[in-house]
Design a protein around this ligand. Structure first.
Ligand SMILES: *Cc1c(COP(=O)(O)O)cnc(C)c1O
Length: 427
């Protein structure tokens, strides 16, 4: 008697091997030796033993140093570099960045605490974010940091804090500009926004700052994030500068601080290439020269998160199981979207694409397979790599997701499904 297969081979799901997705620009920042990825010289399998668990994030100090050095070389020496620590708030990493950059940008009193603990100079910390609570504003004045005002509501709270503490409330105005950062991954200025004060309302806000006797220092403009087109960044910085010069006419005192934002992107997906810093450096040179005449007391700052730390970090998960389902190979790992939401494609991406990945203990594996790398969660969204060509891997091997130093652990729903938390290590 003939048994009927559950799926007739002619009309059922395909049994053929999956076709791989397009390939990425090779990741060259991490070197390898004897088939092992090296994190600041430490072979990955040894590092995994040292950490004591998988999954983990590893951040490479030498790559953080190199990135800041590369920026300093490309930008005019007058430009101050701030680290926006929401990209990666790991305390040891923030401590490392404090020694490399000129200031730290925080987005909550919680981040402020980490920045102060890490040894950041309060004079060089600035605090932006909509919906700052009264308590947070008090903490900020007590710490002596610069507060980027984003609402008229903040002014009387700051004036009261100033009186109560007998300390100046140092403020800059975060402006919601009348333009957008073109081709930015995430737009954060232009049109109606919850961030900052609309440019057309800023003259009135400046008058109130003067009346309240707050210590005005300058302006903060941030138009967007994850941009790989230098001409778009140049245009946003030119427009931001011009807007600041216009608004300065309404300021109660001279502008001493001008934060022109950042938005520098890193390549994540096939077809993306690293940002060309040369035109951005040239343009900032022209802005510095113009500011000598127009805003002679202003220190010009750019604030970067992802660009400073994103490429210095990897996420490492161990293969727990290797399954074949109707011709498709699945590497099931102990890590996934609960640790690395952005690599799973669920942190603001419109169309899911793979982050670059590797088998960290078989970097030069000659036998390749097309595999999907998934996590242990009970949802098909728990996908770290979809139909990617990788060296053939087995349970016990270490999957590496590159470009993972920013918006990783702290931007992921770690409690979802109750799996163990991810470890983080600075090497
Ligand atoms: C998120 C944020 C940043 C950092 O953005 P990146 O894309 O990580 O460089 C900088 N400034 C402000 C105001 C932000 O909200």
């Amino acid at each position: 008697m003939r048994t009927t297969p559950p799926f007739a081979e002619t009309e059922g799901p395909a049994m053929t091997e999956a076709r791989p997705t397009p390939t990425h620009t090779p990741m060259t920042q991490f070197r390898s030796a004897e088939g092992q990825l090296l994190v600041n010289g430490v072979p990955l399998t040894r590092l995994a033993v040292r950490v004591g668990q998988t999954p983990f994030y590893a951040y490479d100090r030498s790559l953080l140093d190199a990135r800041v050095a590369q920026l300093r070389a490309a930008l005019p020496s007058e430009i101050k570099l701030h680290y926006a620590m929401k990209a990666n708030p790991m305390p040891a990493l923030v401590g490392h960045m404090v020694r490399l950059v000129d200031g730290i940008d925080v987005a909550s009193a919680g981040e402020l605490q980490v920045a102060l603990d890490a040894g950041a100079d309060p004079k060089e910390i600035s605090f932006a974010g909509p919906g700052k609570r009264e308590q947070e504003l008090l903490q900020a004045v007590a710490a002596g940091i610069l507060i980027n005002v984003e609402s008229f509501r903040e002014l009387p709270i700051l004036a009261a804090a100033q009186d109560a503490l007998g300390l100046p409330a140092r403020v800059a105005v975060r402006v919601n500009p009348d333009f957008e950062l073109k081709s930015s991954g995430m737009k954060m200025g232009g049109g109606p926004k919850q961030f900052g004060v609309d440019a057309e309302d800023v003259p009135r806000l400046l008058a109130e700052i003067g009346n309240a006797g707050l210590a005005f220092e300058g302006f903060h403009l941030f138009a967007g994030s994850q941009n790989l087109r230098p001409e778009a960044i140049v245009e946003a910085q030119q427009k931001s500068y011009a807007l600041a010069v216009r608004l300065a006419e309404h300021a109660p005192t001279a502008v001493r601080f001008l934060n022109l934002g950042g938005g520098f992107g890193i390549p994540y997906f096939p077809g993306e290439t690293p940002l060309d810093l040369a035109p951005i450096g040239d343009n900032l040179g022209a802005i510095v020269a113009a500011a000598r005449q127009q805003l002679p007391e202003a220190e010009i700052v750019i604030e970067l998160g992802r660009y400073l730390v994103g490429e210095a970090g990897i996420y490492v998960a161990r293969v727990v199981d290797k399954k074949v389902s109707r011709g498709q190979i699945y590497l099931v790992t102990d890590g996934g979207l609960h640790h690395h939401l952005s690599a799973s494609g669920n942190f603001g991406q419109v169309i899911r694409k793979n982050y670059p990945a590797a088998i960290g203990n078989r970097i030069e594996g000659s036998m390749r397979e097309t595999v999907s790398v998934v996590g242990p969660l009970c949802t098909p969204l728990d996908l770290l790599a979809d139909k990617m060509s990788l060296p053939a891997a087995e349970p016990g091997d270490l999957v590496v997701v590159y470009q993972s130093g920013a918006y990783g652990a702290s931007a992921s729903p770690q409690r979802f499904l109750g799996h163990p938390a991810v470890a983080e290590v600075l090497v």
